[in-house]
Design a protein around this ligand. Structure first.
Ligand code: ATR
Length: 281
């Protein structure tokens, strides 16, 4: 890991296909400017068939010290890394890569980002017995990991395709229970956290009408979707007098560990950065 006093120029990337919608360049370039660092953070559009060659160039000491990986390369990045950490191994996917001692290291910062967002907004959020997670895709895995690692006793994963929720319950162990959508009302009773990890409500798309009244008294409702910032789930929850946290903070916080690995400074997530990203949405 670079030392914070190191002045050597460092370059990092975000790669995906497509990558043009990524907000990562906005976030990292804001930090580069704020901390007056001479490095760069660049979007690299890399097709699936080109990705192994991109990783080979990184390993052989090309331009970059490391970078972020987004859809569809997260699983391949994990497989091609020399040193994936335990978090990446559990998720089978990596979103952050860095070279150290000639080896490619990999982690996944999504679960960190999820927990850090809630820690910032509602410290103590995880002192609950039951969490409900809607959805069973890649984002759901990171949320399950985060909630489980905070010691929440019961995690209920509810998904349209029940089999995918069952796969996650098998993967994450006995605290995680799988359900079909029809069980949602039942498992929400007395839950202290509700998380939407599906694409429902994204960009004005379809949603579900939910009754949040049976959740525990001080329950939190949060959404992985952050476009729009106030998703249909958050609007419904607020109308029902519930506390909500939007998903933008997860995006901002998941970027922190990567920036620190590449550039040697742990950046702060503040209102200025949040406003900047909102302006560009
Ligand atoms: P990601 O990796 O971003 O989580 P994904 O793997 O495509 O994306 O998962 C999307 C999630 O949204 C899944 O849980 C999906 O449910 P299925 O497993 O049944 O496909 C869920 N989802 C997407 N559209 C949905 C809809 N209209 N109603 C309910 N769930 C939906």
């Amino acid at each position: 890991m670079p030392d914070s006093r190191e002045t050597k120029r460092c370059d990092a990337f975000v790669t995906g296909w497509p990558v043009k919608h990524s907000r990562s360049p906005l976030i990292h370039n804001h930090w580069l400017k704020r901390y007056a660092l001479s490095g760069s953070y660049t979007a690299e559009s890399v097709a699936v068939e080109e990705f192994p060659a991109f990783i080979s160039a990184l390993k052989s000491g090309g331009r970059y010290r490391g970078g972020n990986v987004t859809i569809p390369h997260k699983e391949t990045a994990f497989q091609l890394a020399d040193r994936p950490d335990e978090i990446a191994k559990e998720l089978g996917a990596a979103n952050t890569l860095w070279m150290a001692d000639g080896l490619l290291h990999a982690t996944n910062t999504d679960s960190f980002g999820f927990a850090a967002n809630l820690d910032e907004r509602h410290p103590g959020w995880a002192k609950i017995n039951r969490a409900v997670i809607l959805g069973a895709g890649g984002a759901s895995r990171a949320v399950i990991q985060a909630v489980r690692d905070q010691g929440v006793a019961e995690i209920h994963v509810v998904n349209r395709t029940r089999g995918r929720a069952e796969d996650l319950a098998d993967r994450f162990g006995p605290k995680v229970h799988a359900h079909a959508l029809g069980a949602l009302g039942e498992v929400m009773k007395e839950a202290g956290l509700f998380v939407n990890t599906t694409s429902l409500g994204m960009n004005g798309g379809e949603t579900l009408e939910l009754d949040f009244s049976t959740l525990a008294e001080r329950a939190l409702i949060t959404d992985i979707v952050y476009v729009p910032l106030k998703t249909p789930f958050l609007i419904q929850a607020e109308r029902q007098g519930r506390q909500t946290v939007d998903g933008l903070g997860m995006l901002l916080h998941q970027a922190v560990p990567g920036f620190e690995k590449w550039f040697g400074i742990r950046p702060s997530v503040d209102e200025e950065l949040r406003s900047l990203v909102i302006e560009e949405m």
